[in-house]
Design a protein. Structure first.
Length: 299
């Protein structure tokens, strides 16, 4: 028998005991008030988040992968964050990987019993060839999901780096992680519905980890996403705008330069700032480990 009473995310919120009697405006108001607590709670765990950002960066820099492992909402959030990294930062889909209990079907439909199997997690991680170079981050709002525990235990067994994100104190997954984050947004508006505040905190933290690691990898210049992949008309225009903002040239010259480097904004920026051709810009970026700022001529 699982004792859910000890898990923060299963407690009742005293401010919503009469949720079923509230008007639509009252529901929206109390949810907004509680969501503000979610953001504030993330502010209380910035130090371990920063450590996980550094560990993610070091992992990727040394050709390892960052793998998110979770079930239900936590798993979906991991898959979401991983899937958004390739178009945003121009990285391979293998750099960030989301693994969810029950597989792709679980993204839209609950898969009965999947989160209760430690063995399934091991099987899933073996299928993607988890190894010592990787970083496995376990996600579980309750902090006790067997699927995530099994995955972290396996990762530790093979010498893989580990992290965890839970929304409960003294979480079981925290004991298995090199860097453990326990964020405490408090009981949900709708008791036990961890897609609400708990999910929001996890999304915020995942945003910080992936974005922070990519910034340290040189995937931005100033605050511009210079490695964006222009897969549609809107993103073509964004690439042009990035080049214009980073260099001060007009759109005509931005387009002219982008066409010379297959619309890769980073290369175009280096070409313009350093007054060089595509080959020279590419070589400069290689020597600078992808950081535009390190390609600029010293005065």
């Amino acid at each position: 028998m699982i004792n859910l009473n000890k898990i923060m995310t299963e407690n009742r919120n005293p401010k919503t005991m009469h949720l079923d009697k509230m008007s639509s405006l009252e529901i929206a108001t109390v949810m907004n008030q509680e969501d503000q607590k979610a953001s504030k709670s993330v502010g209380n765990v910035l130090k371990p988040i920063a450590k996980l950002i550094d560990l993610a960066y070091e992992t990727i820099f040394h050709n390892g992968r960052v793998i998110y492992l979770g079930a239900g909402t936590s798993g979906r959030l991991g898959v979401l964050d991983a899937s958004e990294c390739p178009p945003t930062f121009g990285v391979s889909p293998d750099v960030f990987i989301g693994v969810i209990a029950g597989g792709n079907k679980a993204l839209t439909t609950a898969v009965e019993g999947a989160e209760d199997s430690k063995e399934l997690a091991v099987k899933n991680l073996k299928s993607i060839k988890l190894n010592k170079k990787d970083l496995l981050i376990g996600l579980a709002a309750s902090g006790r999901t067997p699927y995530v525990i099994g995955g972290l235990e396996y990762a530790n067994k093979i010498g893989c780096k580990t992290g965890s994100i839970a929304c409960s104190k003294n979480a079981e997954i925290s004991k298995l992680a090199n860097i453990a984050i326990e964020v405490m947004p408090g009981p949900e508006v709708l008791t036990g519905s961890t897609r609400l505040k708990a999910g929001t905190t996890q999304k915020l933290i995942l945003n910080m980890i992936s974005t922070g690691a990519m910034i340290k990898m040189g995937k931005c210049y100033q605050n511009l996403m210079v490695d964006v992949v222009p897969t549609n008309k809107k993103l073509h225009i964004r690439a042009e705008n990035i080049v214009m903002m980073a260099t001060g040239v007009d759109r005509v010259n931005a387009i002219k330069t982008l066409k010379q480097c297959n619309y890769h904004a980073k290369t175009a920026v280096v070409m313009i700032l350093n007054k060089c051709n595509k080959k020279e810009a590419t070589n400069k970026l290689v020597k600078a480990n992808g950081h535009i700022k390190n390609t600029l001529r010293r005065k």
